[in-house]
Design a protein around this ligand. Sequence first.
Ligand code: GTP
Ligand code: MG
Length: 210
Amino acid sequence: MEEDEGDYEILIKLVILGDVSVGKSNFLFRFVDGQFNPVHVATVGFDFKSRICEIQNLKKKVKFQIWDTAGQEKYMSINKNLFQRVQGIILMYDISKEDSFLNLDKWLQNIKENSNECPLILIGNKSDLIKERKISKEQGENFAKKNNIIFLEASAKNGFNVEKSFLKLGEIICNKNENALDKMNKTEYVISKNTTLIKNKKNKDKKNCC
Ligand code: GTP
Ligand code: MG
């Protein structure tokens, strides 16, 4: 169904960050399409998806416009360009890969240097991998507490906490500055074929979106 400007009240732009293969694309795939791909198809550059849903606590219809980034280091400069354009960040690690957890400090530093201060949620993904777990829930909680950020474990595979993560972050963003959001968020972005960002005020070029 074609969406128009009247279908939602607030547009929230988010970006998902984290090491290679932590599950960023599948997390988004689960949230927007309700699906999961067991094969790792590495994101090249970045991708983009959106979904409208209601944040019930606020009784607001929100359109989430979400950038899915590539975890590979060589794409970091593209990621940095996106940092400035979003109101919220999902930072992800894989509970079965210690490196992805140890690299969180590096990600936070990068975010601090390149983004406007915006709400961030930390996600320990792949919570379904019970036997392969290397990072305990407590370690995730402690890291989040130390850095003053909210934290959830989740699974893109079985859907655990996926919806909750987006809605929670959306709620925090709305509560932070509702008036400013209403004014500034009427401009959307689409991705052209050469992956440059184009302002798309009237939402007409949706077919160009990934
Ligand atoms: P890059 O784009 O290369 O940075 O990777 P990514 O972070 O987007 O990871 P992607 O979503 O492609 O997932 C990587 C692999 O992990 C795939 O084989 C997925 O099926 C798997 N995966 C993702 N999320 C989960 C999860 O919650 N549980 C399990 N068991 N596997 C997952
Ligand atoms: Mg990906």
